[in-house]
Design a binder for this molecule. Structure first.
Ligand code: TTP
Length: 277
């Protein structure tokens, strides 16, 4: 079982493709917050952008999960002395580490710190759970959490989701007859709070698009909600002359990297010693 911090139906579909069918969605009800964190910062490179956003999605979701698990645990322990101790324990903060990458390079850092042993600023202060007691209840079991972000770039220019038809037209004109990059960054937080991230970069070449192509494509509605205003898995396949990289990554989730990260996050305690998780 994994927690998925994503509204993207493509990501859910892609996870199923690699046999991950037990998926629990962990969504932020405040969509405005997502928009805020997806805003491009001045001088931010496409790689920095996609990695920052993926990490921010994962960290926000992990904090929500921690709180849900804590509440769940308290509800189950209601009335017991354990509940009193746990009630004074602040939720921990996921620690992002080793969160850099380029191309398909892995960015796992063996020095990453589990959230439960975090820095003084994030360490649960007044109380600790008794040894052996997991701060999770039946309803929110311990499981890896996954978040991702996909963006399209032409040179250093980041092309996000189109805001309206005019924006979609502008983006598609930019992509017409040239190559662009699609960057997908995936973040997996282990049940103990260790953050691992990988970023995959693909190159896509579009044929030259006529005004009619663009108008018809926009009318199909497909550009909306997608980075770069297109979906390779849909009608835009007609525009794609060549890809170098990973098809699943262009669609929104690099499956090779995702499978590797999930394997690490689920590694049993014995092998965890070697990887410091
Ligand atoms: C380039 C490309 C992007 N996309 C999609 C994948 C992503 O869903 C979307 C990029 O937006 P994201 O912000 O990465 O994801 P999202 O907003 O859809 O979902 P969430 O933030 O909740 O995880 O673009 C395609 O479906 N096909 C494509 O060919």
């Amino acid at each position: 079982m994994i927690y998925l911090a994503s509204r993207s139906p493509r990501r859910l579909e892609l996870l199923k493709q690699i046999g991950i069918t037990e998926v629990r969605l962990l969504l932020d009800e405040d969509e405005g917050r997502a928009e805020e964190l997806e805003a491009i910062r001045p001088k931010e490179s496409p790689t920095n952008y996609v990695e920052r956003v993926a990490r921010a999605k994962a960290e926000a979701a992990w904090q929500r999960l921690q709180e849900l698990q804590r509440q769940d645990f308290l509800a189950q322990m209601a009335g017991s002395p354990v509940a009193e101790i746990a009630a004074t324990t602040a939720p921990a903060t996921a620690t992002a580490a080793g969160a850099t990458s380029n191309g398909t390079a892995a960015s796992d850092s063996p020095s990453a710190t589990p959230a439960t042993g975090a820095s003084p600023a994030t360490r649960p202060a007044p109380g600790r759970l008794p040894k052996g007691a997991a701060a999770t209840g039946r309803n929110w079991p311990a499981a890896p959490l996954l978040a991702a972000d996909t963006t399209v770039a032409v040179g250093g220019r980041i092309l996000g989701k189109p805001t309206d038809e005019e924006d979609a037209r502008r983006i598609l004109k930019l992509l017409s007859g040239r190559s662009h990059r699609v960057l997908s960054s995936v973040v997996v937080v282990s049940p103990r709070g260790k953050v691992r991230q990988r970023t995959q970069v693909s190159r896509v070449r579009f044929r030259r698009l006529t005004d009619e192509d663009i108008t018809a494509y926009i009318a199909s509605g497909e550009p909306f909600g997608k980075a770069g205003a297109y979906g390779i898995q849909g009608l835009a396949a007609r525009f794609v002359k060549k890809i170098e990289g990973s098809y699943s990554s262009i669609m929104g989730l690099p499956l090779y990297e995702t499978a590797a990260l999930l394997k690490k996050a689920a590694a049993p305690a014995a092998s965890k010693k070697k990887t410091s998780d």
